[in-house]
Design a protein around this ligand. Sequence first.
Ligand code: HSE
Length: 432
Amino acid sequence: MKTTKIAILGFGTVGSGVYTVLQQNSELIRHRQLLDLSVKRVLVRDLLHGRNLALAPMETFTTDYADILADGEISIVVECIGGVNPAKDYILRALQAGKTVVTANKEVLSKHWPDLERAAKETGAGLYFEASVGGGIPIIRALNDSMQANNISRVMGIINGTTNYILTKMTNEGRAYEEVLKEAQALGYAEADPSADVDGWDCVYKLSILASIAFHARVNIENIYREGISKVSAEDIAAAKELGYTIKLLAIGKKQDEKLLEVRVHPTMLPNSHPLSSVSGPFNAIFLTGNAVDDIMLYGRGAGMLPTASAVVSDVIVAAKTAKGAHPYMTFNNEFDAPQWLKNQKDWTSSYFLRMEVDDELGVLSKIAGVFAEYGVSVHSLMQKNENKANGSAELIFITDTARELSVQNALCALRALPCVREIKSVMRVEE
Ligand code: HSE
């Protein structure tokens, strides 16, 4: 039986989860995979006050990374620290020492993938990151291996549990964003500083990884359009509900023809019949379209100690079974970003949801319809509600047919200039 010695960097939620799964399922892994996986060292910041220190024998822990780098028996380093510093430096040094790295770190990977991959190739070490997107959902290997027969044209995902939890609560309980966010923070579902999640950064990192693999083109985070959920209002959600839609924060990647990519993260209206619209609470799901397989959806827990460890340990098993020099690397057509492959935002096409407050007067509707017609934006449906007799206003909600982004932005400019339009309250893309 082959014995593989491992080091874990960081012993918080993910690191201790990896240790726990390796302990709990060691017999199973031995029996099924003929592998003996043993955690030799764990790097922590503090030997006295660290979390979870009771889980492993004291001699396992070290605060000095050199102990791990210099240990010739350790062939796999599992990075569970998160963030860029010092994780990037630790990963690079492990790869340069010829040790394979398994990481759950979407931020470091999306920002420094070419550097990390180059270092891995130089020594023949492996670089594995199944847990970086979708937590326990087996999406990276599904894309890299199981879907390789396909030309993938679309990746659409709910890949942030915190925002999905908040939007689900707002939808089910009709409550406002700020109130639900505070409650989510108090319950530990959202971070004290929630910006990485609610402003869409976490989704951007993950979409960069997903789209790069799906489209065989390195998609840099700077090239991903981003809008968070803080402007989604209870009124938007109520109107969406009335029209038969659900609002989700979606990460969307589309490929048109062979090379034209569109990558964006924003709140999106989905018809209730779409499978992604029923993904609730902290769950994640990724919806893919390939030219042979057609549509596929992978669903599961996108975070949490054991689901994330499930993906990390699966990487450790694959890495341990792969000989040095035989690890797979990415086969991007453009190794270092190719902005000319990006579809210009003005050429994106989508349906739009538009909610506006207007004067409640004769002829207003025809003026607004005239602007849409002038810019070539066709109206799919219209709802008028909330006539406010006291201030003489009404709310109009439009869903457009598929239109070019530039036409919609131009129409919005012209609408804002109309005296009868008091406020454009929201503009949201609709996916079918
Ligand atoms: N913060 C992420 C989420 C989990 O809310 O889904 C880790 O990727």
